[in-house]
Design a protein around this ligand. Structure first.
Ligand code: DON
Length: 575
């Protein structure tokens, strides 16, 4: 595909040019990262993402006549530059779309296991999981899906014909650099040793002096890769010089992705999970994500209990939520995986009669028996390094995307000469039945490793309608906690009457069956509820922050409220 400057986007380039020229004219201004805004009210369109520059790029696309999908493509590529810990072209994700006329679609651009992958690839001779092999470096990477995903979404739903114009702002940010925030500096510093150890050449993320807020991060090799994608479309990534560099990187570090794997990759359109909750309809991601099914199960269960009158994070409502989560995560471990490879019993799992039966053992005054629990406990991860963004355009189209490299900066391995990080998504497979992964999740046959299969995810990009009208767009990072964060944010709005920014900011808690524990953030649950839950028999544990929900609510007067999570640099802005 040839790179053509589209006249309609000329002023858009001027906007990006403005950002950079402002930086070069005034060095001190150049060093100031753009401030983030956590709440925004607007009448037409809204973008909420993990980074102010990405949000502004998405907004500008829509101001110039692009729709929500065009904006999403621009935001995804921009995040790959300005939010390298999770934004990506070397990872994958999921997209839920609802068009202005109410039709919905789900796009799976999840990574895929390479052809040489097999179920025992992370086990030693005794059949034990080799620590770190599915997480660190080359062998942890699945075949990336993000570039194919963006082109597939644009081809089906994009309004602006020239996709290269949507990638150009990311290209410029990579080429010229941008000022990093304090949070980014802290994250980069945390992984300096890993960046050095897990790379065959020194990547741009290594800084011997240590990163600090306002440092300029320039990614020239990444810019070249983006240029190749602008010039040649998906072939600029999955074939040709960039593919050669990926395969050479694999050879240098015992990785297994081949030219054929890259060529074979395709994004897949899927039928969204759609389920009623009282006056609402919740539309979310089907397998290979567990998110939609698990969220549907949780909402169906919750709909039979008076959680509103019980009160926000009261003992009763928190106990019910934890007990529902315990059962749903147990189902996830056993039954969920890539439905192209394993017969996921979706219909049964979503059957209200089945869920009623599941809750028969629920007791309002005691925790459920955990005698069948067998796996060990895990230290919850400290980082929330997936990213979600929500977009609504002036016509009423909505896009909800969650995208990831898996852990912070993925495998930490950068493709030499191509400047982008590879994911470590292979860890989302079940390397060995019953052995917890990075997020403490266990799995079995349904999520065993197979060539060409997609690893089970918890990502839950979601759109909610009310009386058939767009109501909410939301999602979050957080590994295993994603599902419960989305669930609680929906309840905060529909049961506890919160606005979007408030619902997103509220402290959260989480139960995932194993380990048998309620994790809560600072400020969540409150002393009385914690004591009450412990009295019932729950184990409770304070942990690092849970999730970074970026969401949009359509308010009763038709205006949009963007809620950006205060846990990060996330930014909501509209017009
Ligand atoms: O797909 C999944 O469920 C995980 N790879 C998501 C990872 C994630 O959210 C990282 N943030 N903590």
């Amino acid at each position: 595909m040839k790179y053509l400057v589209n006249i309609r986007f000329l002023s858009y380039f001027l906007f990006v040019f403005f950002i950079f020229s402002a930086q070069s004219c005034n060095p001190s201004a150049a060093r100031l990262p753009i401030q983030s805004s956590k709440k925004s009210i607007a009448s037409k369109a809204m973008v909420v993402s993990a980074h102010p520059l990405a949000t502004k790029i998405g907004l500008e696309v829509m101001k110039q006549g692009g729709n929500a999908v065009d904006a999403a493509v621009a935001v995804q590529f921009a995040l790959a530059v300005v939010y390298p810990g999770a934004g990506n072209i070397g990872g994958g994700g999921f997209m839920i779309i609802r068009t202005k006329d109410g039709s919905t679609d789900a796009l799976d651009f999840r990574e895929m296991a390479p052809a040489a992958a097999h179920r025992n690839m992370y086990l030693d001779a005794d059949g034990n999981v080799i620590k770190g092999l599915s997480l660190d470096g080359h062998r942890a990477a699945g075949v990336p899906g993000s570039v194919a995903g963006m082109f597939a979404a644009h081809e089906r739903y994009g309004k602006n014909k020239d996709i290269s114009a949507l990638i150009a702002p990311a290209f410029r940010l990579a080429q010229k650099g941008f000022s990093i925030s304090q949070q980014e500096a802290t994250r980069l510093n945390k992984f300096q040793d890993a960046f050095t150890k897990l790379n065959t050449t020194t990547p741009v993320f290594v800084n011997k002096k240590g990163w600090k807020s306002n440092d300029l991060l320039r990614q020239k090799e990444l810019a070249q890769t983006l240029q190749a994608i602008m010039d040649r479309g998906t072939a600029g990534f999955y074939e040709g010089p960039v593919a050669d560099k990926i395969v050479a990187e694999m050879a240098a570090g015992k990785g297994i992705i081949t030219h054929q794997d890259l060529k074979n990759y395709e994004a897949k359109w899927r039928k969204p999970i759609s389920m009623p909750y009282k006056d609402y309809e919740v539309i979310s991601m089907p397998p290979p994500s567990s998110g939609g099914i698990a969220l549907a199960q949780l909402l169906e269960i919750a709909s039979h209990y008076p959680i509103k009158s019980w009160g926000f994070q009261s003992v009763n409502s928190s106990h019910l939520i934890a007990e529902a989560e315990r059962r749903v995560y147990a189902d996830r471990a056993e039954h969920l995986g890539d439905s192209d490879f394993y017969p996921v019993p979706q219909k049964n799992l979503l059957d209200p009669a089945y869920l009623r039966k599941r809750m028969k053992s629920y007791k309002p005054s005691a925790v459920s028996s955990s005698e069948e629990l067998s796996a060990g406990s895990f230290a919850p991860p400290e980082s929330e390094e997936t990213t979600h963004f929500s977009i609504v355009d002036a016509e009423g189209n909505a896009v909800s995307i969650t995208t990831t490299l898996n852990a912070s900066y993925g495998s930490k391995t950068v493709v030499t000469g191509a400047g982008f990080l590879l994911n470590n998504e292979m860890d989302d497979f079940s390397s060995k039945p019953g052995t917890p992964n990075f997020y403490g999740l266990i799995g079995a046959e349904a999520n065993a490793i197979e060539a060409g299969k997609r690893m089970l995810s918890s990502m839950t990009p979601t759109i909610v309608t009310k009386d058939k009208n767009l109501f909410m767009v939301l999602g979050t990072p957080g590994g295993s906690t994603i599902i419960t964060s989305v669930f609680q944010t929906i309840l905060n709005v529909v049961e506890y009457d919160m606005g979007m920014a408030e619902a997103v900011a509220k402290p959260r808690f989480h139960h995932q069956w194993l380990p048998d524990q309620i994790y809560y953030e600072e400020g969540a649950l409150g002393e009385v509820t914690i004591k009450g839950l412990e009295k019932l028999g729950h184990q409770t544990k304070l942990r690092e922050s849970i999730g970074r929900v970026d969401a949009i609510l359509v308010r009763a007067d038709g205006t949009l409220e963007g809620g950006a999570d205060p846990r990060g640099d996330d930014h909501a802005e509209g017009f």
